[in-house]
Write a protein that binds this ligand. Sequence first.
Ligand SMILES: [Zn+2]
Length: 219
Amino acid sequence: MVQNDPEDFIDISVPLESGMLSWPGDPPVTITRMRDQNAGDEANVSRLDMGAHTGTHMDAPVHFISGAPGMDTMPITAGIGPCRVIELADEQSISRASLEKHEPVAGERLLLKTRNSTQRWWEHPFDEHFVYISAAAARYLAAQRVMTVGVDYLSVGGFHHDGVATHQALLKEHIWVIEGLDLTRVPAGRYMLHCLPLKIRHGDGAPARAVLAPYRSAE
Ligand SMILES: [Zn+2]
């Protein structure tokens, strides 16, 4: 039985809170105490009001392709297993050439660390110029048949370019997408990924808790 020391884990999810950064046009995040012990209620119970693509979250194929699988169909292995964090120097968008150097392979879980991770991006106003995956690079990842792709901002596609094309290239091949990761403290390398989104029936997306543990090769 493999045991991990709590110190070994790196939490790569961002905290959910009222008023936090969200994608322009998506519902804002409001967490409201609906029952409150301070007001004489028996328990404290909050209401969550937010879009499904808030903070650290996953995208299901149905996000950009009507009728495609939803969040509840995600194979657990898409979120749990060995992964590789690769660091990319692209300033605007991740190119196919940058990814090729890292030789992604079929079935791989890949987390892409970019200059987005030079600051705690979720504590800053929305940045239209975040680094995203170019549509050509997304098509390349799809052709390599990776299983899961994670990024360190709110979207795999750009705000001004490739928002739709990048999502479609990945989602139509049923590649599972993790967005909104906090990779600020994560050096490139191999890890064990544990990322489980909420099981929302037919969900186009779902908030997720994601953590990294030290890599262990299959014995
Ligand atoms: Zn997305």
